[in-house]
Design a protein around this ligand. Sequence first.
Ligand code: PMP
Length: 441
Amino acid sequence: MTKILHRTIGTTLPRAVAGEGIYITDSEGRIYIDGSGGAAVSCLGHNHPEVLEAMKAQMGRITYAHTSFFTTDVAEQLAEQLVELAPNGLDYVYLVSGGSEAVESALKMARQYFVEVGQPQRRHIIARRQSYHGNTIGALATGGNAWRRAQFKPILPETHHVSPCYAYRDMPVGETPEDYAERLAAELEAKIIELGTGKVMAFVAEPVVGATLGAVGPVADYFKRVRQVCDKYGILLILDEVMCGMGRTGTMFACEQEGIVPDLVTIAKGMGGGFQPIGALMLSEKIYRAFAEGSGLFQHGHTYIGHPVAAAAANKVVEIVRRPEIMENVIKMGECLQAGLDAALGQSPYVGDIRGRGLFRGVEIVADKDTQQPFDPARKIHSRIKKEAMKRGLMCYPMGGTIDGVNGDHVLLAPPYIIQAKQIDLIVERLAESIDAAVKS
Ligand code: PMP
């Protein structure tokens, strides 16, 4: 019996013993295609020799140096690379150890920023329903996923939510994307006015939604309008690119495709590629200056921030991901994956929508294609799909279970950026079989 408290208590999980490229092998010798990069993490696959070499080299130098005493070459190089790659204006980096930590840090930085600039009355956070920003208390409160929040609601700090940009369900036939973006911007503005225009500190959103909706991108102009509304009321825009950033959608930062620059952006998963736990918060000059010219201290920190081995791994991952041939493959294979899914599942009575960008693709499962009615959450179709897929040697990332009945079941695919067309074909084939088996079971 396992002594580990797995997330689903009492489950027996296969033991991963080896990883190579896009494959993971378990102790029984079964081989799985990592079609989801774990949870959109393993962007370069497993055991990448260059990353292992960079980690070993750092381990031979120094493995830990507390950041209140020292910085390191690798952490500095990593920060320089990130600033070079980020949209203009995001010039500073705060290193952390994962996604939730990045989001917590962003929330606290936003709050302290307003204290530093003499607006301590700003305290409200607005985010979107059906969103996920992490599992720590602040990040969980920010996310709007009812299922994940339900039990913890009484201990979560107060936050506010508006509609996500979810055209498949919420943009009626006849409404243009421009009108839809305008309607959502008006909803955000109304919420700001309701809370008091000088009292809101931040709006938080994922450019392409990952863990709650399965690769749902915004309609054109949505983020431009959001940026305008935030600017109008002096509110900081925090974009959470923990999942969709670092090349996942075909550009280093997903917000590049929206033509806007946030005040703060969080990154994590693909930044370390799973070789080490690491994440970052990037911030604008405006925020940096408020701290530098104010108290001179960010009242926040964790023991492992800037960990040298994690920084060495991420520094190499980012160096590889930014190579043109990698990003070209993300775009090309992303189109191949979409085309394959469309061909295999487009006609399925259980598939309502197939969407995404780059190597970040989602399939929405429905009980009735015409009415978009989701399956009864009690059937846990998404979990069944995961089980069926594992039986067939495919890892895919299922999500669902929101109790308001709207979220439904989704499957996210986020394979490593090094994937090839033949492997994409296998993913599609195995997923199609798994969906079929799950809805019929
Ligand atoms: N933000 C987003 C958008 C995420 O997808 C996740 C993880 N799924 C997190 C934050 C939390 O990251 P972590 O699990 O590394 O704490």
